[in-house]
Design a protein around this ligand. Structure first.
Ligand code: HEM
Length: 532
């Protein structure tokens, strides 16, 4: 059969054939399929002459090699991942119409990628840094990407600060050093943006260096919405709880580990058949409760630097995640995976959290740059829907699937099918805005409550000692005394004892408190009386 259809059937049927590639049944050939006697056969003029332009084999080899690297992720560049499945254990049709939560025992395939945040793609797995925890759920109703971290809060609540913050985690433009050698930028950002303190307390506490990726929880941090089939909705927070338990490693231990410690730990555990698991749990709040949380406890559900107390908003388990399959090709299945917080199936919706709103835009924008316009066509990113889907996106680089001869416009003579909306869109989009913070950088007394609780109630004496030593060690590499004085003042708002112990360790006297301090572009809501 010489038809083009037959050719496509034979050669491009499935990525699975590529995954099963074995040298024993592969004949060496150039990229256009012409067999070559041997890979080491450069064509040369005579014994000592120059090479020939006609030597396609060599040019094919070297020019492809020249293009092997794609840009690494601008953040979370170093990572590890694996495949597995999600299983619904406790269906919640009353809360969400999402198909993946509809029936007990319902499963969908997942791929998870874990990462550190600031380092480059070859950097150390045991850095003191938050860990990324991204899950792609391939549900019957399209992909749901949960792009989470291992901490429930973040350094900021104003998305405009994100590039500034990240630049202080990367290399200095002049010295080209990272904060491992010169922590000036690192502390300069934090001492100028005190809403980061909750995350800073967690970062320098024991959970700042998790023991690999299997022994940590995941948190989306942002408030999302669950919407049920009647259009009723609630705010939710998603937690992924490690069934392996929590383990951390100390600063000292981290120096003794290999750079790929977490990669090795995850890969080898799965190869041994020890499949790591996490439970999928949610906290819920009605719009009314969210208003009360603001009025009574000053908890703004759109503020990423705060958590919802579990005593008041208990966790409810919905399902379980299991990782049971390693990637066979890291680049194709983990490096090229593209997670996007705006991938949400019906039943899950974004909240008005400004940082989340910015992320909804940022990720697919990054993917188009990092991978290309047709990144959704790659096997690891492609949705696995229960129906055949299509749209009017066409062409672009590497358009492997281009939707055949189907009209590339909304045609009246060959119409596409639609699923009608069951939910009243007006109802689901009317939401509580809870005096959402207009000045996102305003510092309030309540910003210090959770960090204080960590220091006073969660950490024990030994954890407090390690915390002081971790922070003081990092401060030693800061070139500016003024920065340390400011950061100590921020720690003093958490607890005077932290400030005094850091003053002793660094020999630098910090400011008394933050009431009289000015922060970049902020409206400092704290008065002298409120400052400790
Ligand atoms: C990766 C932007 C905040 C978790 C990324 C990437 C970008 C980005 C551009 C690289 C995407 C890629 O090339 O594939 C932002 C912006 C933020 C923000 C603009 C705030 C305004 C956050 C927060 C979290 C988070 C709050 C956690 C709750 C992650 C994770 C990855 C990532 C886990 C790695 C995804 C992967 O494994 O491929 N972010 N981010 N980010 N971000 Fe964010």
């Amino acid at each position: 059969d010489t038809s083009f259809s037959a050719h496509v059937r034979n050669h491009f049927t499935s990525y699975e054939l590529d995954r099963q590639a074995k040298s024993a049944d592969t004949l060496y050939a150039t990229s256009n399929g012409v067999p070559m006697p041997h890979p080491y056969e450069a064509q040369r003029v005579g014994e000592n002459g120059p090479l020939l332009l006609q030597d396609f084999h060599l040019i094919d080899l070297i020019s492809h090699f020249d293009r092997e690297r794609i840009p690494e992720r601008v953040v979370h560049s170093k990572g590890s991942g694996a495949h597995g499945f999600f299983e619904c254990t406790n269906p919640i049709p009353e809360l969400s119409l999402a198909d993946m939560f509809s029936t007990k025992g319902k499963k969908c395939p997942i791929t998870i990628r874990f990462s550190t945040v600031g380092g480059e793609s070859g950097s150390h797995d045991c850095a003191r840094d938050p860990r990324g925890f991204s899950v792609k759920f391939r549900t019957d109703d399209g992909n749901f990407d949960l792009v989470a971290n291992n901490t429930p809060v973040f350094f900021l609540r104003d998305p405009a600060k994100f590039p500034h913050f990240i630049h202080t985690q990367k290399r200095d433009p002049a010295t080209h050093l990272t904060h491992a050698d010169d922590s000036t930028m690192f502390w300069d950002y934090l001492c100028s943006n005190p809403e980061s303190i909750h995350q800073v307390m967690i970062l320098f506490g024991d959970r700042g260096i998790p023991d690999g990726y299997r022994h940590m929880h995941g948190y989306f941090g942002h408030t999302l919405k669950f919407v049920n089939k009647d259009g009723d909705w609630q705010y939710i927070q998603i937690h992924l709880k490690s069934q392996q338990g929590i383990k951390f490693i100390t600063q000292e231990e981290s120096q003794t580990k290999s750079a790929d410690y977490a990669q090795k730990d995850l890969y080898e555990a799965i190869q041994r058949g020890e499949f790591p698991k996490w439970s999928f749990e949610v906290q819920t709040m009605t719009a009314k409760q969210a208003e009360e949380a603001w009025e009574q406890d000053k908890i703004n559900v759109f503020d990423l630097t705060h958590v919802w107390p579990q005593s008041k908003y208990p966790l409810k388990k919905i399902g379980e995640l299991t990782l049971n399959e390693n990637a066979v090709n890291y680049f194709a299945e983990i490096e090229q995976i593209a997670f996007n917080p705006s991938h949400m199936p019906p039943g899950i919706e974004p909240s008005a959290d400004p940082v989340l709103q910015s992320r909804l835009f940022s990720y697919p924008d990054a993917h188009r740059h990092r991978i290309g316009a047709n990144y959704q066509q790659l096997p690891v990113n492609a949705p696995k829907t229960a129906f055949k889907f299509g749209n009017f996106q066409r062409d672009g680089n590497m358009a492997f699937y281009n939707q055949g001869s189907r009209p590339a416009y909304l045609s009246s003579i060959d119409p596409i099918k639609f699923r009608t909306r069951t939910v009243d869109i007006g109802k689901t989009h009317g939401y509580f805005t809870g005096e959402a913070i207009t000045f996102l950088s305003e510092i309030r007394t309540e910003d210090f409550n959770a960090p204080r609780n960590l220091w006073q109630k969660v950490f024990d004496d030994a954890a407090r000692d390690r915390f002081i030593s971790n922070v003081a060690g990092k401060m030693e590499m800061c070139r500016e005394k003024e920065i340390i004085k400011r950061q100590i003042a921020i720690f003093r708002e958490v607890d005077n004892e932290i400030a005094e112990r850091l003053e002793k360790a660094t020999g630098i006297k910090g400011y008394d408190g933050i009431a009289n301090m000015k922060f970049n572009g902020t409206h400092n809501g704290m008065t002298k009386d409120e400052s400790l």
